[in-house]
Write a protein of this length. Structure first.
Length: 324
């Protein structure tokens, strides 16, 4: 069976005003199966959000493709113009719950008008009554007082309700793939739990087929995803099952990322987080060797010179030639 999403050798760069290139995503490959939730984790600036733009086919300058393909149900979407992508891919095939979702709604328009625009952008013939019924059914289904919420302005809604509204609008057209870009980062723990439960319900009910959950909180993915890809400096440095990556990370960056966070896991509550010293490399220059080597606590002399490739270690992919 063909995976619902195939990413093959995807490299993306930004062109600077002086003619340089910032290589934000470098040779990323993975697949997503129907019904799967894939977690993508990494610190700020590692390329997660740029990768999202590529996965949606939104290569708007100064962002450009260097190489690779993104196939949704076997169709390469990177050959489309931004307008073609918006008309045929966005919303129907791939949809996104944006980073900073609480601020993504226009405060001067009612929720019903914002949501109706999504439907009309793909079907101009649908009438007002049909739109209202569709919105009422969907917002009720995700646990909201539909009439009250649809007639409210975003600024009148509490954070948890506003996040549900964003999720509701993002999934109105029953997309095959939903990309959740740090959807719980601005919420308290109770609201985070409710939002994640809602995402699971949408998957279980078949409203969406598969999901990519992006976060800088690696430990959060234990409760969300079945597989995890860890990114550093534009590259995937480890990919495996959630249990493998969380509890038995083989790439030094994966272990450092876990060690830098507070954890509520049994036996780890008393552990103090340890910061990762240094900073990621500048992606506007040609890089050689392991990109994490300058910050790696177990780096060896050859790490800075020897280019790293993803290889199989303990039944997962790891970008480290010293990993065992």
């Amino acid at each position: 069976m063909t995976p619902i999403l195939e990413v093959e050798g995807l490299s993306l760069h930004y062109r600077t005003r002086f003619g340089g290139r910032i290589h934000a995503v470098d040779d990323v490959s993975f697949t997503l199966e129907k019904g799967e939730i894939l977690g993508i984790a990494g610190e700020s600036g590692c390329g997660k959000t740029t990768l999202v733009s590529g996965l949606m086919g939104l290569l708007i300058p100064p962002l450009h493709r260097s190489a690779g393909e993104v196939r949704v149900a076997g169709r390469n979407i990177l050959g489309l113009t931004p307008e073609e992508a918006r008309r045929t891919i966005l919303g129907r095939e791939v949809s996104m719950i944006p980073q900073g979702a609480l601020n993504s709604l226009n405060p001067t328009r009612k929720v019903k008008d914002l949501a109706a625009d999504v439907i009309r952008s793909h079907d101009e013939s649908v009438d007002r009554a049909a739109i209202h019924e569709r919105l009422r059914e969907r917002f009720t289904r995700i646990g909201l007082d539909a009439e009250a919420v649809l007639n409210a302005y975003p600024v009148q809604l509490p954070a948890g309700t506003k996040q549900r509204v964003v999720i509701g609008i993002s999934t109105l057209l029953n997309p095959k793939i939903v990309i959740a870009d740090e959807p719980s980062s601005a919420l308290d723990v109770s609201t985070q739990k409710a939002v994640i439960r809602l995402l699971f319900d949408l998957l279980d009910e078949g409203i969406v087929s598969s999901m990519i959950f992006i976060t800088h909180e690696l430990s959060l993915l234990r409760h969300v995803s079945s597989r995890i890809a860890v990114m550093y400096a534009g590259q995937i440095v480890e990919m495996g099952t959630t249990e493998q990556v969380i509890f038995d990370g083989r790439q030094p960056y994966t272990r450092a990322l876990m060690g830098s966070m507070l954890s509520a896991e049994p036996g780890q509550k008393a552990r103090k987080p340890v910061a990762i010293e240094g900073a990621p490399p500048y992606l506007g220059q040609e890089l050689h060797g392991c990109r994490f080597a300058p910050r790696c606590p177990v780096a060896k002399p050859d790490c800075a010179e020897r280019d790293q490739v993803l290889r199989t270690v303990k039944n997962r992919l790891v970008r480290c030639h010293h990993a065992e």
